[in-house]
Design a protein around this ligand. Sequence first.
Ligand SMILES: Nc1ncnc2c1ncn2[C@@H]1O[C@H](COP(=O)(O)OP(=O)(O)OP(=O)(O)O)[C@@H](O)[C@H]1O
Ligand SMILES: [Mg+2]
Length: 274
Amino acid sequence: MTYNILSIAGSDPSGGAGVQADLKAFSALRTYGMAVVTGLTAQSTTGVTGIHQVPASFVAEQLDTLFTDVRVDAVKIGMLVNADVVTAVAEALERFAPPRVVLDPVMIAKSGDRLLAQDAIDAVRELLLPRVDLLTPNLPETGELLGERPGQDLTTAAEQGQRLLQQGAKQVLVKGGHLGGQSSTDLWIRPNTEPIALSAERISTKNTHGTGCTLSSAIAALLPQHRDTYDALHAAKDYLTEALRHADELEVGHGKGPVHHFYALWPRPEDDSI
Ligand SMILES: Nc1ncnc2c1ncn2[C@@H]1O[C@H](COP(=O)(O)OP(=O)(O)OP(=O)(O)O)[C@@H](O)[C@H]1O
Ligand SMILES: [Mg+2]
């Protein structure tokens, strides 16, 4: 059996984040990748200079056309640009009811640039949260969705994750990439269960562009391939950590470069036999 995974997200011309990263992660994890583009960013490894929004009606048309033809085994949602696009995506989820929907509520790029209009955050909370299976906010996004200050430690992150469940999310993975320390820990939070920590060695690299996009896409690609959600989350985290470990082998841009999605496929840098 092969799996078809859909990304609904924005374009990053530098290829490290957005649909470009999503398609690389889907492919690296042996699934067939598809993408409905919600907006174009003018972006490099040093920042975002502009966003060109796709009209919501055309996002809806892309989704209608695709879902009418293709069996979609999992969906990853990334940048949604405005409230109308959020509404169009929520309507498509309602109509086509795809299994395994992962929402990465992209609001602010790693470079600090805002990627989602303020009014759209309300639409995400009201229309999308109840329709997705897993929400993967980073700490600032967790705070923003709750209207609270971002957590500064894992205890607060766990409490805030619980409050996102009360807002309608089914499961939350609060990402701890923004905390310092020896390890990089994310918290998987579900109703009536203690939070489960997914921890990995913190890789020392400046090349962390697109880690969030890559993790949520890896989860979407791996959920259909694993019986347990925990196993899929664990495998996705392992994949991201290895992609980060090999990030410095790439030579892309002057800022925060991309992770190495195909580290397992490319020859090792010291291996000059190929
Ligand atoms: N230096 C690092 N080493 C190992 N794992 C990391 C590192 N930085 C981030 N991570 C992991 O990367 C994933 C993404 O976390 P992060 O909190 O950076 O998300 P994000 O802010 O949404 O990323 P992005 O800015 O790419 O959207 C998490 O699993 C986090 O633990
Ligand atoms: Mg992110």
